[in-house]
Design a protein around this ligand. Sequence first.
Ligand code: RUB
Length: 331
Amino acid sequence: MKRFGERDFRLGLALESMSSSPIDSAYSQIKSMRVRGAGRIARAAVSALRTYSEEGRFSTAKDFYLGLSEAGERLKSARPTAVSLPNAVNYVLAAARRNDSKGISTREAVKRILTVCDGFVASSLKAVETIGDYGARRIRDGDVIMTHCNSEAATAVFVTAQKMGRKFEVIATETRPRFQGRITASALARRGIDVSLIPDSAARVYMRKVDFVLVGADAITANGAVVNKIGTSQVALTAHETRARFYVAAETYKLSGTTMTGELVEIEHRSPYELVPRAWLDANKGVRVENPAFDITPPEYVDLIITEKGIFPPQGIVFLMKELYDEPKAE
Ligand code: RUB
């Protein structure tokens, strides 16, 4: 799989921004899922804020701050379930707020935000690499691992394990309705990893030979529940039944801090036309098509969450969250 890098994204932005702003371009790329996957979404949003900061003409530092805040709010609304998106945007906006309170020049405020954006993107990429290292150590020769959807963090684990010389097999569910499992299968096959693609509905049939499941996450709540692509919780339930372990690979900016104070993670519902053609629905007007994009796997079905800060049982996530939220924020 050609990795969708930040340079590609900026190039995409450059082309699209001929007709619209970098924020509009990023919003539509994220919304339409041309940019997808929680980590990529976060980096795309931050890269768009960077471009906005770099290219904008702001008469005062206050104008810059207000414009950036508005841009951030728009980006956040593109995909509600990927907590990485508001977390990434809020990281930039928090720095902008601190700058605003210091009364620095416009030029200096922009410069500082560019540094913050670059720092976020670099640390996000580094986190995926670290997760790859930590997760790969869990793979032994002969393991059979099931995965669902397409996760950069989970893929990093497989790729690193292969580089370490581990011999293992991956079973990828196709992940209806948008078939992100095909992206995973083709990426792994291209790297010479033994992979098979199965229908989602065959997960239970194949689970008997599986040692563990490894998926990514869009959000992780304070009680260690995992929000990920629709179908993940069924795979987890099946793994639980056959006592296969269930691992999650996720960067810490997918931790949903607001769930510590009782907020719920919003589950995105997408267009019915991802499931059926418009003509079919027109001919069957009595049918209501439901298309939730994500589901929630309860912590009871999760064994370990692999982050760049270490590997945690789901019950340990709340302590990690407290530690991260108490950390002083970087400039
Ligand atoms: C993607 C999905 C991925 C997570 C984690 O859903 O559910 O498992 O986003 O991915 P969609 P990553 O295709 O709807 O965006 O590890 O790449 O952040």
